[in-house]
Structure formats: structure tokens, C-alpha cells
Design a binder for this molecule. Structure first.
Ligand code: HC1
Length: 568
């Protein structure tokens, strides 16, 4: 520890701290833009400058280390003036379209300009004129709004190990671009959206599909159904002014009805179905011989990643479609038959925490019903915007239930939303199906939690099943490299592309950080704990689906509707 003084306050802080970290632990607010608590500091934007006694000039507090006896002032006229000038220079060549910008009121540049009391931009700078990159289904890049903080570069390389972005050119012409300034659809982008999630402005945002959904809802000839992913219910509240980790399942269902959806269903239903299919596939591979370790296939950012980076390992991937896509295939077949609606008149919408789900929905093979199985995917943020636009008092809504039968789900379905949840749900079912005996305890604590890679050995009858769980694509790499080298003796692996699993998805409300992810995870397990049924194979609607329509897991109909193939 070292002794320092910040704004007259004497502190003891770890000697590895930067001034910014020390200030924040002491409750002193120092504004910053390029700094992100989960990414390597860069010192690029200089918004966080402070005065250090004895230093020749102001220093960037996010990269300046503390030292014994250091005296720091964060609020002097010179500091305030320097910060203002830095932000004014950023604004000088920034499109000043705040009122109509997708990030209006969620933009860190806007907030800092306001906090610093900038009322006039003294410099009328040359404006950039880059074309938009919008030729992919998930993300829109507007380099004219880029402030060159480099957070997207670091998120993509450090968190995801994908390395899509880098700086190019010099001076005023500096940009952040994929290789050779290609569009995201032309490079090895997984569309996970972690870049959008850390971008302080609207330089990278999700593709907005809300207008298309509004149009479908107001078309009287369309039957518009919606499914909501497990992780949305524990995050949507944040977009509407509620505390992180608020469980808003019932209010969300009520809001979706008021928005005009004809039926409100739960992706947790098809998560249960995924367990039936994927669990059966695992048992088959384990007992009859098949490629092991088998790896889960529900996270589309992860599926894109293995297709792009490790195509030689695609045989390890389960052929089970994701719950979103199983749901889509059933809505325009099973459900359409049940309610006697022509599938061509059904519009199938999903609400997801994920930007890669938009790309998954338009994959060529996701048309098992004869139509595009899922028509529109909205992120949690987009749903938040629709609710605001409609003037619904979200907090004042009553709690309502999902519609049957595709809204009936178990706790095993909801834990899909947190890292380790798919594995735990699978273990609950696989154990009971293999042994024919009821588990004494269905809480598999050793696969829970936010550790990057978790391992466990689980007794299933006489077998010891070795499992691993990874979240973020950088951690996925660690496991895949082990498999490539023949050093992995796992039977079953769960991989989710985003930090914390879907609760930390690229489409979740902004400012997601470790603390918020933990609250969402806790909320997910609370949803499970409060469920009457907590094992996928006990879902009565799934049982009825098999009994009356599908036949059995891995049967012919399942194969056609619920399984897929991949592209090396
Ligand atoms: Fe997910 Fe999944 S858990 S991938 O994170 O398997 O997005 O929430 O909906 O499909 O169920 C996302 C979440 C989600 C699917 C499920």
C-alpha cells in the first residue's frame, strides 16, 4: 500500500493502482472516456487529466500509477479547462445529431459534455464523412461518431480474442476499422456485439429492427407472436429505470401484450426442448460412440466463432439448434397447426440479449418451417425503446403470465441465461434419464459462477462425466486449443460467447459491468429457485409436444425441425 492525497483527502491505496482507480475508490469522480474498468487502460482521450504536484504537466489519471506521498488535485481551474477543451475538440468534428441519435441519453460523450458544463462548442472543425457499415444483420458502424477511444478494439481482442478492429491512418484521418476497411460482414466478426456494448457513443450500435416490428403489429392480417430469452427478464428493468438484477418477467409479458403482440411466449420453453434434444445427443455420443467432447451450440456468437476460427473442430458441436431457432421452427409448424393459422400469416419475433441472434435468424438453413423461422430479433435495448415509445408505465404494470403452450417452462430453461446454466440444465436431465432415478440435489454449484473456465467431474450412474464451461470467446479459445492438442479429456463443454453468458450479451442495457452481471446472474438463479418445475424433462408442454406431434427426441421430425448443420 502507498499513502497519497487526493483533493486533500489522505488515502492508503494498493501500490499497483492508477490515480483514477484510487480516486474512484475514494468516491472522487474523475470523468473518462477511453477508460473501461474491464479493459486495459490506454490513456488515449485525456479526459481524465489531473494535476500531480511536481509533475511537469497534467497527467492522464487512467494510466498514471500512484506513488508514495503523491499529492493529486482533480478539480483545479487548469484541470477543468483542459478537460473542457479535450471534449470540445471531440465535439468539433462530431455529428451534432444528439436528439435523433440511437444513443441519445445513453451516450457517454453527451453526458460528459453536459457534466463539464459545455454550452457552446468554440471550434467549428472539419467533419468526417465516412460511409456507414450496415451490410450485416446485427451491427451498424458509423465511424463519423467514433471518438477513437479504442474500447471496441480492446473488447474484441482482449475479451473475445477475435481481433476484428484496429486503428488505421494518422492524424485527422485516423479511424477504427476492420482489416482493409472492409465491412463487418466481410471479416471474421462473430456479431457478438461486445464492441457495441462498450462503445461510449453510437459509433457501433445494434441494427434497429423496431420499425419492422411496429409495422407487423399494426397489420391486421398478421398474427404476431413473440418469444423472450431467459436473460432479458433480469435486465430489461435497467433500460426502464429499475435497479440492476430486478426480475421483471411478469411486467415484461404485460408490456408485450400492451404493445400489441398476439401471443407472448417464452424461449425458456424451447430451452427445455433443447435439453431434451442436446441431452439425448450427448447420451448417444457417450454410449454409442461419437465425437467427444460434445460442445453446446446455442450461443450464435460462439457458433460463428468456431465456424470462422476452428472449422476443424465443428464435429464437436451439438447439432441441436439454439432455443431461439427451435422455437421459430415450431411456431410456424406445430403452433400454426394447433391454432389453425396459415404460417405465412405468422410473424415470429424474438427478444434477445444478443446481437448475434439477428444474424442467426437469417442463416440460410433456418427455414425448416418452409418460411424464415424467426422473422425479427430485437435486443433487450430495442424492446426498452419500444416500451418507452409507447408510453407504457412499465413499473406500474401488473405481473402477467405467458401464453400456453409455448410459454410453459421450467427453472432449467431460465438458467440458460447465465454461464454454466445450459450445462446444469443438461446435467439435471441427463443424470435422471441415464439412471432412471431422481437426483437428491439438482443444484450443480460447481458449474455456476463467473470464473472464466470452470471444470467439474459429475457422477452419472457409474460414469464420471467430465465437463467444462467457458464464457467469452477468449476463454473458449483456451478450451479449443486444448482439444486441438489432444489435451482435453472432457465429455461435455458449454461455451457462451459473452461475459457471464447471455446476461452479459451485446444487446443488453448499457453500462454492463462485473457488478451488474453478478446481480443478473443472482436474479436468474432466483427465477430457477422459485420455479415449480426445475427439470426440462418434467416440462408438461414439452412432454405433450413429443407425445402428440414430435414423437421422440432425435426422431425424424426433430431431426428436420430442431437440428442443423454448420459451415466450415
Ligand atoms: Fe441466450 Fe439461449 S441462453 S443463447 O444466451 O440458448 O441470446 O438469454 O435466448 O436461443 O434459451 C441469448 C439468453 C437465449 C437461445 C436460450
Amino acid at each position: 500500500m502507498v499513502n497519497i492525497t487526493i483533493d486533500g483527502q489522505k488515502l492508503q491505496v494498493p501500490k499497483t493502482s492508477t490515480i483514477l482507480e484510487a480516486a474512484r475508490t475514494a468516491g472522487v469522480t474523475v470523468p473518462s472516456l477511453c477508460y473501461h474498468p474491464e479493459l486495459r487502460p490506454e490513456g488515449a482521450c485525456r479526459v481524465c487529466v489531473v494535476e500531480v504536484a511536481g509533475a511537469r504537466s497534467l497527467v492522464a489519471s487512467c494510466v498514471y500509477p500512484v506513488s508514495e506521498g503523491m499529492v493529486v488535485n482533480t478539480n483545479t481551474p487548469a484541470v477543468r479547462e483542459a478537460r473542457k477543451t479535450v471534449v470540445e475538440l471531440l465535439l468539433a468534428n462530431h455529428p451534432q445529431d444528439c436528439l435523433s441519435c440511437q444513443k441519445n441519453l445513453n451516450c457517454e460523450l453527451q453526458t460528459i459534455a453536459s457534466d463539464l458544463g459545455i454550452r457552446k462548442i468554440r471550434f467549428d472543425g472539419e467533419k468526417k464523412n465516412h460511409p456507414m457499415d450496415a451490410a450485416n444483420p446485427s451491427l451498424v458502424r458509423d465511424q463519423n461518431k467514433c471518438i477513437l477511444c479504442g474500447r471496441c478494439i480492446r473488447a474484441c481482442s482482449e475479451r473475445q480474442g477475435v481481433h476484428v478492429y484496429s486503428f488505421a491512418n494518422r492524424g485527422f484521418n485516423t479511424t477504427v476499422v476492420p482489416a482493409f476497411n472492409q465491412g463487418l460482414h466481410e471479416v471474421a466478426c462473430t456479431f457478438c456485439g461486445q464492441c457495441a456494448s462498450v462503445c461510449p457513443t453510437a459509433a457501433i450500435v445494434e441494427k434497429d429492427d423496431t420499425q419492422a416490428v411496429w409495422k407487423a403489429i399494426s397489420d391486421p392480417t398478421k398474427h404476431v407472436v413473440v418469444q423472450t430469452a431467459p436473460a432479458v427478464r433480469v435486465a430489461l428493468g435497467e433500460a426502464l429505470g429499475m435497479e440492476s438484477g430486478s426480475i421483471v418477467t411478469g411486467k415484461m409479458v404485460a408490456a408485450l401484450r400492451r404493445l400489441g403482440f398476439d401471443k407472448v411466449f417464452d424461449t425458456d420453453f424451447s430451452a427445455d426442448l433443447t435439453i431434451m434434444e442436446e441431452g439425448s445427443e450427448f447420451i448417444e455420443r457417450l454410449t454409442k460412440g461419437g465425437t467427444l467432447p460434445m460442445i453446446t451450440s446455442c450461443s450464435p456468437g460462439w457458433v460463428n466463432f468456431i465456424e470462422l476460427m476452428y472449422p476443424d473442430l465443428l464435429d464437436h458441436l451439438s447439432t441441436a439448434k439454439s432455443p431461439q431457432q427451435m422455437f421459430g421452427a415450431l411456431v410456424k409448424t406445430y403452433y400454426a397447426e394447433k391454432v389453425n393459422v396459415d404460417p405465412k400469416d405468422i410473424v415470429s419475433v424474438s427478444i434477445m440479449p444478443c446481437t448475434a441472434k439477428k444474424a442467426e435468424a437469417v442463416r440460410e438453413e433456418m427455414k425448416s418451417s418452409g418460411y424464415q423461422d424467426v422473422d425479427y430479433v430485437l435486443t433487450t435495448r430495442e424492446l426498452g425503446r419500444m416500451i418507452k415509445e409507447s408510453g407504457i408505465d412499465f413499473n406500474g404494470l401488473p405481473s402477467e403470465e405467458y401464453d400456453a403452450p409455448l410459454g410453459i417452462a421450467t427453472g432449467a430453461g431460465v438458467i440458460f441465461g447465465a454461464t454454466g446454466g445450459v450445462m446444469e440444465a443438461a446435467l439435471r436431465t441427463v443424470s435422471e434419464v441415464v439412471t432412471g432415478k431422481e437426483l437428491e440435489c439438482i443444484d450443480f454449484h460447481n458449474v455456476r459462477g463467473l470464473t472464466g473456465v470452470k471444470e467439474a467431474a459429475v457422477k452419472v450412474g457409474d460414469l464420471t462425466v467430465k465437463v467444462a464451461v467457458a464464457h467469452t470467446l477468449a476463454n473458449a479459445r483456451l478450451l479449443l486449443d486444448k482439444i486441438r492438442k489432444g489435451e482435453a479429456d472432457y465429455h461435455f463443454i458449454e461455451i457462451m460467447a459473452c461475459p457471464g453468458g447471455c446476461i452479459g450479451g451485446g444487446g443488453q442495457p448499457y453500462s454492463t459491468c462485473a457488478d451488474i452481471r453478478q446481480k443478473r446472474v443472482d436474479a436468474i438463479y432466483e427465477c430457477d429457485q422459485c420455479s415449480t418445475l426445475r427439470k426440462s424433462h418434467e416440462n408438461p408442454a414439452v412432454k405433450e409436444l413429443y407425445d402428440t406431434w414430435l414423437g421422440k427426441p432425435l426422431g425424424e421430425k426433430s431431426h428436420h425441425l430442431l437440428h442443423t448443420h454448420y459451415h466450415p
